[in-house]
Design a protein around this ligand. Structure first.
Ligand SMILES: Cc1ncc(COP(=O)(O)O)c(C=O)c1O
Ligand SMILES: [Zn+2]
Length: 413
């Protein structure tokens, strides 16, 4: 029984999963497909209660396998993706004078970013098809997660990314044995090259704004947030940063699943945050215009995306949840990185802490209330980009090792 259809985000045409591979044939590469579940069929097949549909004994994203577009009997690689901690962050709450803030630390995934969720689903789809070779374009994290997923399943990976990606991300790719093609240009050009290579050599493509199943993996982060906070008290808002717009779309997917299945009685709003030096979705959403390509200039490399590839899907779910899009400067991102680490212990990379910077800004403006139930998702770990972290902090004291020198630093003789 088909539990979902694929719907084009541009023309609305619907396809069965076996009819198309990636995009809407009528709309071409821009015609990204959205996986639309038939919730009535899901309920009649598995049951209607939360535990009928979610296997709460599984401590990974595969607890939601019945809500993912994979065969229920498909094997999944041994890998601890998902079910990352959600913190109440009491010290941070006290510092900000807020009462219902939650921090989701998704840098705790195997390759230290949320992207592991998408790659987990992508790799199972690839294994279902018997894929031997695959590709991905990335600002860094998606590729790291995919190189890892390919390594543990024996699939050859070819990765395209800008040569300016942080060194830690390039090291991750190389250590997992990917063929790393670092281009002397932006992520946007890397993306186009990966699509060209897919068409030329027939490789499996893991790009989240091309392959419709990847967003479904990412949605598990918000399924978790809603489950962890409690179905009877779902968040008012879920805050994430926006690059291509895939995570933003995926939050919309999770909210739709939870609401349509009757597990939550209100729709949390999506709050998307972009960097001021790269804010095409912010501009389009707030000005009511089309998304216009920009030249990115921000410390948050993972969201330095001039033309967000999943913009139609992201805008669809921002509108559907009555969402908000904010933008923040690099300085605000660095400040947020510091505050978050020092008050909650969560060390995020700039693209992750961009979400928290947006939260701080909207709290300050009064757009987010002090009692509002808000989950901020930190999408990547700070160790991924040490150079940026060092910009947020001072330098260590360097001394010859004597107690007198320590006393001098403490100003105590
Ligand atoms: C850490 C981190 N946060 C946020 C994003 C943005 O996600 P999306 O491109 O799906 O909008 C990315 C994408 O690379 C990322 O790596
Ligand atoms: Zn179409």
């Amino acid at each position: 029984m088909e539990l979902y259809k694929l719907e084009c985000v541009i023309c609305g045409a619907k396809y069965n999963a076996n009819e198309v591979e990636y995009n809407c044939p009528a709309c071409g590469d821009e015609g990204i497909l959205d996986v639309i579940f038939d919730y009535e069929k899901i309920k009649s097949l598995y049951g209607t209660s939360f535990t009928d549909l979610v296997d709460t004994s599984v401590p990974t994203l595969w607890r939601y396998k019945k809500l993912l577009p994979v065969n229920l009997d498909s094997p999944v690689p041994e890998s601890a993706v998902g079910f990352t901690p959600l913190y109440k962050a009491e010290m941070l709450r006290k510092h900000l004078g807020v009462s219902n803030l939650y921090i989701k630390d998704d840098g705790r995934n195997p390759t230290a970013s949320l992207k592991d969720r998408a790659s987990a689903v992508g790799i199972v789809k690839a294994m279902e098809k018997g894929v031997k070779t695959a590709t991905c374009a990335s600002t860094g994290n998606a590729a790291c997660s995919f190189a890892y997923a390919c390594a543990i399943t024996g699939i050859k990976s070819h990765i395209f990314l800008p040569q300016t990606a942080p060194k830690a991300k390039i090291a991750q790719l190389l250590i997992y044995g990917a063929n790393v093609i670092a281009i002397k240009d932006t992520y946007d050009r890397a993306y186009e090259l990966a699509i060209e290579a897919t068409k030329k050599w027939g490789w499996y493509n893991r790009n989240c704004a091309y392959n419709p199943y990847l967003v479904e993996g990412k949605k598990t982060v918000a399924l978790e947030v809603i489950e962890q906070i409690g179905l009877d008290n779902p968040p008012d808002s879920i805050v994430i940063s926006i690059g291509d717009g895939c995570i933003c779309s995926s939050i919309g997917k999770a909210i739709t699943d939870m609401y349509e299945l009757g597990f939550i009685s209100k729709v949390p709003r999506i709050i998307g945050v972009q960097a001021s030096g790269c804010s095409p979705i912010y501009d389009a959403f707030n000005n009511g215009t089309e998304v216009i390509e920009c030249v990115p200039d921000t410390i948050a490399d993972s969201i330095a995306v001039g033309l967000p590839r999943n913009r139609f899907k992201a805008m669809k779910y921002l509108k559907k949840t009555n969402g908000i899009v904010e933008k923040v400067t690099d300085e605000e991102i660095l400040n947020a990185t510091r505050v978050l680490a020092r008050k909650s212990g969560v060390f995020g990379e700039p693209a992750g802490t961009t979400a928290f910077a947006g939260y701080l800004k909207l709290l300050e403006k009064g757009t987010i209330g002090k009692d509002e139930n808000v989950a901020v998702i930190i999408t990547g770990n700070g160790l991924k980009d040490i150079d940026s972290a060092m910009k947020a902090v001072g330098k260590p004291h360097i001394i010859d090792p004597s107690i007198e020198n320590v006393a001098k630093i403490l100003n105590q003789s």
